[in-house]
Design a protein around this ligand. Structure first.
Ligand SMILES: Nc1nc2c(ncn2[C@@H]2O[C@H](COP(=O)(O)OP(=O)(O)OP(=O)(O)O)[C@@H](O)[C@H]2O)c(=O)[nH]1
Length: 341
């Protein structure tokens, strides 16, 4: 795991040499690790091509780009897969926050074009929004992987984007910031161009957010737990301090350790609670949609039944009318002396 490389230029706002941290999120297998490797210019993250390629825990890697910019890239497991356990997701998010330390400059939502873009991809964006608030959407950039497949099929990409309701929804949330990536290309000019486009979007995000990376109360809570961790480490030095009894040193060490554990547990609890709220909200929303659909279906059945009742009634009236006419005709025929069936 690397660190965050904030240097002196950071405060003065010089974009050229300050470190920026981007986080890759998305469904398992959508190309997060491959995109991370394209950004870093080396095979730093294991991609699915390798036998143990499924990312199981978040990882940070750093690169110095050609123009001297330092970029920290955090690769994450499929945090928002439907099967993901909230408890594990909570721990992973806390781990990410630990790695991002000073905040996140952009959230790269990776979406593969080779699989059908589904509700699950849209859910990634929505869950992030529910978990971290609307503010996070100002940092989001959609990265579509599988650009090579698109070129082969000669499909117009803008047209493709406008045809999918899921994509349109995601684009709207992400402020229409997107880039198409081909992680398979060997063409150096193409590699450089797609990276340039992505970094330019990161620049836009940075400017729009006044150069402030994303942080929230979780980061604050985590910073406190980090401070407590520092104290815990310092506690080891207590032994060398003069003027304290052995009991006092042990008591202080226990206090410091507990403080660290409590803050860490609080950060994890906060994430878990938020995740559960998001899941409950989603469930409630789905139930409401289902109820709505059921009510509409019942209404349609009622209307259809009422319509058919009317039709039956009308048919019956027509039949009675025809019978009456037939009776009259019969009488009329008798009067005339001919036989009508
Ligand atoms: N053709 C093509 N394949 C890609 C592209 N990007 C990624 N892939 C492939 O998609 C598969 C999944 O890529 P990964 O980078 O491992 O996906 P991931 O999202 O990191 O998956 P996890 O680590 O399991 O969460 C691999 O076989 C990649 O080679 C791309 O732009 N084009």
């Amino acid at each position: 795991m690397g660190g965050s490389f904030i240097d002196d230029d950071w405060e003065s706002g010089s974009a050229s040499h300050r470190a920026r941290t981007v986080v890759l999120v998305g469904r398992t297998g959508d190309g997060k690790s491959a995109t991370g490797n394209s950004i870093l210019g080396r095979k730093a993250f294991k991609s699915m091509n390798s036998p143990d390629g499924i990312t199981s825990t978040s990882e940070l890697q750093t690169a110095v780009l050609e123009d001297g910019q330092i970029i920290n890239v955090i690769d994450t497991p499929g945090l928002f897969n439907k099967s993901a356990e909230p408890q594990l997701v909570g721990k992973e998010i806390v781990r990410c926050i630990d790695m991002a330390k000073d905040g996140i400059h952009a959230v790269l939502v990776v979406v593969s074009l080779s699989s059908r873009i589904s509700i699950e991809e849209a859910a990634t964006v929505e869950t992030l929004q529910k978990l971290f608030g609307d503010k996070i959407t100002k940092y989001m950039i959609l990265v579509f992987t599988g650009g090579d497949d698109f070129e082969e099929d000669e499909v117009d990409f803008d047209d493709y984007l406008s045809r999918s309701e899921s994509i349109k929804g995601m684009l709207e949330i992400c402020g229409n910031r997107w880039v198409l990536f081909d992680n398979k290309t060997k063409n150096t000019a193409k590699k450089a161009e797609q990276l340039k486009q992505l970094l330019s979007l990161v620049d836009d995000v940075d400017k729009k957010n006044g150069g402030k990376p994303y942080t929230n109360e979780l980061f604050v809570e985590f910073q406190i737990s980090k401070a407590a961790a520092k104290l815990r480490d310092q506690a080891k030095e207590l032994n060398s301090l003069e003027g304290y009894s052995k009991e006092e040193k042990i008591e202080r060490e226990v206090q410091i350790y507990q403080s660290y554990e409590e803050h860490l547990a609080r950060s994890t609890d906060m994430v878990e609670t938020k995740l559960r709220e998001a899941a409950t909200h989603e469930l409630e929303q789905r139930l409401a949609e289902e109820q709505d659909a059921r009510l509409k279906a019942e209404q349609t059945v009622r209307e259809t039944r009422a319509k058919s009742d009317n039709e039956i009634c009308e048919l019956r009236q027509n039949l009675e009318r025809s019978q009456r006419v037939a009776e009259q005709l019969k009488k009329f025929g008798k009067n005339l002396g001919c036989h009508i069936m």
